[in-house]
Design a binder for this molecule. Structure first.
Ligand code: AMP
Length: 171
């Protein structure tokens, strides 16, 4: 994981002043590193006995979809509002300025499913908390929350209750 961590680039003042953006795209350019990340996520997904992977748009798709295929589990895209074509449910969460929402198809998961929520990065936890709400409102169980990167100083995991939280790399 040290080699993976070294690939993650700090981009100061993106998308706005004061934010240090963690750019994971160098991992994607390195097929060995990308495969190592998928295998590390897979070990955790198995330990959590996940039956489905829910990826948060859009970098949660990049890591979540190959993970779901390796696990032999279905993949659920959690999308920005207005993108999903069929009957969907929505969860709204607070952002630094104003609010945002994510949506999930109504039939994507339900009772009997153990859904692992996956994203590239845990910051304040608002996005992942909303993802967990969507899964639970659909009647499924949240098997856990899984991230490639966690920004520990923002304490996002305190928002993620009722299921284990894992991250491969912490800052
Ligand atoms: P949050 O809801 O605050 O936990 O933010 C998580 C979402 O915002 C994830 O989808 C991340 O990809 C993105 N994000 C937040 N902060 C950063 C950051 N410093 N670098 C890269 N992505 C970030």
């Amino acid at each position: 994981m040290q080699r993976i961590k070294a690939l993650i680039a700090d981009v100061p003042d993106f998308p706005k002043p004061g934010i240090i953006f963690k750019d994971i795209t160098p991992i994607l350019l390195d097929p060995q590193a990308a495969a190592a990340v998928t295998e590390a996520l897979l070990a955790i997904a198995r330990a959590r006995q996940a039956t489905k992977i829910a990826g948060i748009e859009s970098r949660g798709f990049i890591f979540g979809a190959p993970l779901a295929q390796r696990l032999g589990a279905g993949f659920v895209p959690l999308r920005k509002p207005g993108k999903l074509p069929r009957k969907s449910r929505r969860a709204t969460f607070a952002k630094e300025y104003g609010e945002d929402s994510i949506e999930m198809h109504d039939d994507a998961c339900g009772p009997g499913d153990r859904v692992l929520v996956v994203d590239d990065l845990l910051a304040t936890g608002g996005t992942a908390e909303a993802a967990g709400r969507l899964v639970r409102e659909a009647g499924a169980e949240v098997a856990g929350f899984l991230f490639v990167v966690e920004l520990k100083f923002l304490d996002g995991r305190q928002k993620l209750t009722g299921a284990p939280v894992d991250a491969l790399i912490a800052y």
